[in-house]
Design a protein around this ligand. Structure first.
Ligand SMILES: Nc1ncnc2c1ncn2[C@@H]1O[C@H](COP(=O)(O)OP(=O)(O)OP(=O)(O)O)[C@@H](O)[C@H]1O
Ligand SMILES: [Mg+2]
Length: 487
């Protein structure tokens, strides 16, 4: 859970304030107050989205704070904390508009689950307005590259059915653009002002998929400590993208089929029928027909999902698109990293004729890496082949890992060989210097989160030194001077 939200913790006990600040500071911006009568003022000034409110506070009681929040129409989600003998009051608080309550001494895991749900709720609420601005912009077909006949055929088929409720099944090798097409289906349709949600069936454990899809009620099973709204329900009137659908267990396949037929379901542990109108788009890089033949995928579900099949050809079968991709990704990463790198003709030809086993994603990574590593304005064929060699070694290592592990390790480590940690530290320092110690930009360039970056800085004891003159706006890492990671 990462968020940009601000939390105000209101509690008169220093110990609780410290504990919560420590617990939450990695995920939120945290402020604290100890008196009830200053909360409203702080909320109005601070623009906090979430308030953790102890009910017994000096100055003004938590209940009165809740009433005032309601009267003054302050937009904040409140989690009430109460002493164990205070359940009655907690329930009254819920009636006054609190989102949830926790009884002291509370389990911090429970608090985190409640906060995670709040973050999801807030994101959902802001989505409609945000999307109205973004959409249309970033996911129009025109922003999807493809002049090859294969891609043109896909665009014209999609255009015809875009505003129907028809399910779409997108197939293609890894990295061919299945997800970007799924999003385009949604953001070009008349469902675009409603949510788009996705579930990757290959990464979520099977026993959690039911609750991700359909949600659950508080107490439905151990660990269900508050109600969860499933993505089917959130994406009602919008689109639900089920990625890598071949990973769905036979049991979940049956349940999904039923919901697709009946357009209604109950949350796990619930008895209220929820009606939905959710468009389903699915993707798979495996051949579902073959899985049907092997009885690993339900035939009836396959036909329901495959109303509109979209097959994305491998990149090597649509080479006319490669020059467009090269320019598209050059633009994208030059502007992201503030560089002006170009690729010379020989190198372009080589890229266009390459076999691209990792498809568009691999091409994108290669261009990104070329821009990051390039010391000259013009990338040459040599630069390209060395980046590709590096990529191939990586891909081969991934594929061959189990076999390679059987090879006995060499007995003696040659002199001067660096450990992986030493190499990582050196690389981090080099990249940080390159980006003038701007942590956000460097983290983005390295494809890691800021949190991971901070952890690594701490681990390697790297000190950040930046010159004030090149400070970029909108970055929250403090200014100029030296600072130790993690503060
Ligand atoms: N036609 C396209 N136009 C612009 N960008 C594209 C196109 N196709 C793919 N991409 C980019 O290539 C990358 C990989 O695409 P995407 O994630 O959609 O592939 P995928 O088929 O879902 O891959 P996987 O099977 O590995 O999940 C993304 O960054 C995406 O934006
Ligand atoms: Mg994908």
């Amino acid at each position: 859970m990462e968020s940009n939200y601000k939390i105000l913790v209101a509690d008169d006990e220093q110990g609780i304030r410290d504990l919560l600040t420590d617990l939450l500071k990695d995920y939120f911006e945290v402020d604290t107050v100890e008196r009830g009568d200053v909360i409203l003022d702080r909320l109005k000034k601070g623009g906090h989205e979430i308030l953790i409110l102890d009910l017994r506070l000096p100055g003004m009681s938590g209940q009165d704070v809740l009433k005032r929040i309601h009267e003054d129409k302050i937009k904040v989600v409140v989690v009430v904390i109460t002493a164990s003998n205070d359940i009655e009051t907690a329930i009254t608080s819920m009636k006054l508009g609190a989102y949830d309550y926790l009884v002291k001494p509370f389990d911090t895991d429970k608090l985190m689950v409640v906060l995670k749900n709040i973050v999801e709720k807030l994101e959902l609420e802001s989505e409609v307005s945000q999307l109205r601005e973004q959409l249309g912009e970033s996911f129009r077909f025109k922003n999807i590259i493809g002049k090859s006949s294969g891609m043109q055929k896909i665009f014209s088929t999609l255009e015809k059915v875009i505003d129907t409720d028809s399910t779409v099944l997108i197939t293609g090798e890894s990295g061919t653009g299945k997800e970007i097409i799924a999003k385009a289906v949604h953001y070009n349709s008349n469902r675009k002002q409603y949510p788009f949600r996705s579930i990757d069936c290959s990464t979520i454990p099977q026993d959690l998929i039911g609750s991700e899809l359909f949600g659950h009620e508080k107490g439905a099973f151990t660990g269900a400590i508050s109600r969860k709204i499933g993505k089917f329900e959130i994406a009602s009137r919008g689109t639900l993208f089920l990625d890598e659908i071949s990973n769905l267990s036979i049991e979940m396949q049956a349940k999904l089929l039923r919901v697709l037929q009946e357009k209604e379901f109950e949350r796990i542990g619930g008895n209220q029928l929820i009606k939905v109108n959710t468009r389903i788009v699915t993707a798979s890089n495996r051949d579902l027909r073959e899985m049907v033949r092997e009885n690993r995928f339900r035939e009836d579900l396959y036909y329901r999902l495959n109303v509109l099949p979209v097959y994305l050809p491998p990149l090597k079968d649509r080479r006319e698109d490669i020059p467009l991709f090269i320019d598209h990704f050059l633009n994208k990463y030059n502007s992201e990293f503030g560089r002006e790198i170009n690729i010379d003709l020989k190198a372009r030809l080589y890229l266009t004729n390459y076999s691209w086993p990792g498809n568009v994603r691999q091409l994108e990574n290669v261009i990104k890496r070329l821009i990051l590593l390039s010391t000259q304005k013009m990338v040459s064929l040599d630069d390209v082949t060395s980046v590709l060699e590096f990529e191939e070694v990586g891909m081969a290592a991934k594929k061959k890992a189990p076999a390679d592990m059987a090879v006995p390790a060499p007995q003696r480590i040659p002199d001067g060989v660096k450990t992986i940690d030493e190499m990582e530290k050196e690389h981090l320092e080099k990249m940080l210097r390159h980006f003038n110690f701007n942590i956000s930009t460097t983290a983005r360039a390295l494809d890691i989160s800021r949190k991971t970056m901070h952890n690594k800085l701490k681990k390697y004891n790297i000190v950040i030194k930046r010159t004030a003159a090149v400070e970029d706006a909108g970055n929250t890492e403090g200014s100029g001077a030296e600072h130790q990671p993690g503060d």
